[in-house]
Design a binder for this molecule. Structure first.
Ligand SMILES: *Cc1c(COP(=O)(O)O)cnc(C)c1O
Length: 377
């Protein structure tokens, strides 16, 4: 089976990890800082806080922005559940705004309609790997005194129309280093910001709300620390960050291959009457975490199953978050809340796209989907 996404680990990655295993610091050590600095420099932000997962980074962002019970945070429904769950962790309410039908990115018009007296923030998701309309979202935030979070778990390496990097366009942006993402640490995530105060709050949050970490205590020759607020253990290890640092060196190469394969799919589906790739906005650089197409809704299930039978690990991203029983039971969500996302969902299919596959496999996957759809009634 060709999976829809998969990591590549080579001997350099392995030897970097082994070096850490032979050293003094397995966690909260210098390699965590090196990885943070490396990603901050790559994206062009002042502060980066590495944590144990993308989900932890989203949670830390909500904490730093002081989201509280009774608050509302506007989120896209076409995303992984974690983008909305982080709001629930704070006792606040996620409010789902609809998406643009062609890009599946959060629709600023719909965001405006969902703003109430209780709205505090917007979480924009760079779905599939292209940037949301941050300009429009920022001006909405300014007009309504809201904070903006970018869920950039799909978009490391992407750029917007003006050449600005994904991850630098919101008050806080979040990355994931899960193995299906562009670069991996096994599990891991990072929160990016230009605001030192927000970064400080997130650093404290990842380690129990304690104001001074173990290496700093060692340096200052003191046992004293204060727990000033309630935090968690969301730390990431130096072992993981060694892998991340090594992977970061390969990111541009990974992106290049992803872009080449995406262009190949696009070419093969050009003017296809049943397979519609998502629209790529003019002048942007797409990071292609996912290659998503729309197929006729009535054929999707049969085509999905037949693709899987033939060894193509297609997937569906995503079941709208507001369709999950947890949200229906606790937030009274359901069909009709975001009609554009709901209609799109019925025809969505993610095709395999990762740097470990071959161009021939891209070719055979595209041809298989064409043949299978023609055979479906
Ligand atoms: C992967 C992902 C997350 C969660 O990241 P983890 O590292 O798995 O916790 C959140 N949002 C989106 C859009 C993702 O793709």
């Amino acid at each position: 089976m060709i999976p829809y996404g998969k990591h590549i680990i080579d001997e350099d990655d392995i030897s970097e990890v082994v070096k850490v295993l032979r050293g003094d610091w397995l966690t909260t050590g210098p390699i965590v800082t090196d990885f943070e600095n490396g990603v901050a420099k790559y994206i062009g932000v002042k502060e980066a806080v590495a944590v144990s997962s993308g989900t932890a980074a989203l949670h830390a962002a909500m904490h730093a922005l002081e989201i509280k019970p009774g608050d509302e945070v506007i989120v896209s429904p076409l995303t992984f559940a974690a983008s909305a769950n982080c709001v629930v962790y704070m006792g606040a309410t996620p409010v789902f705004a609809d998406v643009n039908a062609d890009t599946l990115l959060i629709d600023p018009e719909s965001v405006i309609q969902k703003i109430t007296q209780k709205t505090r923030a917007i979480i924009a998701v760079d779905y599939a790997g292209q940037t949301c309309d941050y300009k429009a979202l920022k001006s909405i935030c300014e007009a309504h005194n809201l904070k903006l979070v970018g869920d950039c778990c799909h978009s490391i390496g992407a750029k917007d129309e003006d050449g600005n990097t994904a991850g630098s366009l919101a008050d806080i942006s979040v990355l994931s280093f899960h193995p299906v993402k562009h670069i991996t640490t096994g599990e891991g995530g990072m929160a990016l910001t230009d605001d030192p105060e927000l970064a400080k709050r997130m650093r404290s949050f990842r380690s129990h709300g304690i104001n001074i970490d173990a290496s700093a205590r060692l340096e200052k020759c003191t046992w004293v620390y204060e727990m000033q607020e309630l935090g968690y253990n969301y730390r990431i290890t130096d072992i993981q960050c060694a892998l991340g640092l090594s992977q970061l060196k390969k990111l541009d190469n990974f992106l290049e291959i992803r872009r080449k394969y995406a262009a190949k799919y696009r070419f093969l589906f050009l003017n296809h009457y049943e397979i519609t790739p998502l629209r790529i906005k003019k002048g942007v650089q797409h990071a292609f975490h996912l290659y998503v197409v729309k197929v006729p809704a009535h054929k999707r299930k049969a085509a999905f199953e037949e693709m899987r039978n033939q060894g193509f690990g297609v997937n569906v991203h995503y079941i709208p978050v507001h369709y999950h029983p947890y949200y229906m039971n606790n937030f009274k969500t359901g069909t009709g809340l975001c009609p554009v996302a709901e209609e799109a969902y019925e025809g969505l299919m993610t095709l395999p796209l990762h740097p470990g596959m071959t161009e021939r496999q891209v070719d055979s996957c595209a041809k298989a989907l064409d043949t299978i759809l023609k055979a479906c009634s």
